[in-house]
Design a protein around this ligand. Structure first.
Ligand code: ZN
Ligand code: ZN
Length: 335
């Protein structure tokens, strides 16, 4: 079968690999779409500790074509939950699955689904609601990330929320805050195509290329600041913004992925008595929540998929295009 293989820093190849076969408890999925994520770009550039060769792809949907698990029938349309956990460490035993010490994700540490087929544990394959289109379903994984971010941040009905970053994760986090009942949701973003996209979905957007976003935001709240600031960029330049823009006693949610060491700025955490909360991936219940929200149209995701690329053109028309143009939001690979 054809697969997109990371073979070393700066090197991605679409090549022929053996089709995997499922063991007991696993299923073979014929992949419909695999989304390209910011972390795939990090892996491509050698910024993550990933041992090649590995098939990329952790945002995967497809059909079950062979099942070795009683509870999962052939023909079921599924979304892949890529993070495998050991089931035996203390965090796993206590149900805190995101904290598993031996967790490994398919598409990152194990072969993923940017391929014609993927084998995966049946327990981590979530059946899709009938009303969900394949394209919407392909957003399940990043949507689950946003579900956990907003839950971890403790966003309450009526809250004022500032989201730093209007890429797919920032956009989904803002949409989730709105779905959770936030009173006012503002996105801060640098690139004009992304600003336009977020505005077209009805969000208030601060153009961070033209103005100091913390100052502009505080001014719009009579100097008070946000109840919750969500950081969805992963760049040191946003640390100061999030600490300035949050109100005294507010919450800052660290959701962006750093490839280097993030700076810490604990002075304001102390003086403003902030809650500083992290969010990593999701639990299974958050994947199910994402599916439910997408299926009932609770999120303004129309147009979020900006490009669908055949797998054999993954590098030129997928990865390179995402880097070339900030106008691309979610790009899907179609094996
Ligand atoms: Zn991802
Ligand atoms: Zn574990």
């Amino acid at each position: 079968m054809q697969a997109l293989v990371f073979t070393g820093p700066g090197q991605l190849q679409v090549r022929d690999v053996p089709r995997p076969t499922p063991s007991v408890g696993e299923a073979l999925v014929r992949v419909k779409y695999a989304g390209i994520c910011g972390s795939d770009l990090h892996i491509w550039h050698g910024l993550w500790q990933v041992t090649p060769p590995i098939i990329l792809g952790h945002e995967v949907v497809g059909d079950v074509v062979e099942s070795r698990a009683d509870e999962l029938a052939v023909g079921t349309r599924v979304a892949v939950e890529p993070r495998l956990r050991c089931g035996t460490c203390r965090a796993c035993r206590e149900g805190q699955t995101t904290a598993c010490r031996r967790s490994r994700a398919t598409g990152v540490r194990l072969d993923g689904g940017a391929a014609e087929y993927q084998v995966h544990p049946a327990a981590l394959l979530h059946p899709l609601p009938d009303t969900l289109s394949w394209e919407q379903a392909a957003l399940t994984e990043p949507t689950a990330v946003a579900v956990r971010m907003i839950r971890r941040a403790g966003v309450q009905v009526g809250d004022t929320v500032l989201v730093l970053g209007g890429g797919p994760i920032g956009f989904l986090a803002a949409s989730m805050a709105r779905a959770a009942g936030a009173g006012r949701v503002v996105i801060s973003e640098l690139s004009s195509p992304r600003i336009d996209f977020c505005r077209s979905a009805g969000f208030e957007v601060i153009d961070a290329s033209a103005t100091d976003p913390a100052e502009a935001f505080r001014a719009s709240t009579d100097g008070e600041g946000a109840d919750v600031v969500v950081e969805a960029v992963g760049h040191p330049s946003t640390i100061g913004v999030m600490l300035e823009a949050v109100r005294t006693g507010g919450t800052v949610l660290a959701g962006g992925v750093y490839t280097g060491e993030p700076p810490t700025a604990l002075r304001q955490v102390m003086f403003k008595e902030l809650r500083l909360v992290g969010s990593l991936a999701y639990e299974s219940r958050e994947v199910r929540a994402a599916l439910g929200l997408l299926a009932r149209g609770a999120l303004p995701v129309d147009g979020l998929v900006t490009r669908i690329v055949p797998l054999e053109r993954a590098v030129e028309d997928g990865f390179a295009a995402l880097e070339r143009s900030r106008g691309e939001m979610k790009v899907l690979l179609a094996p």
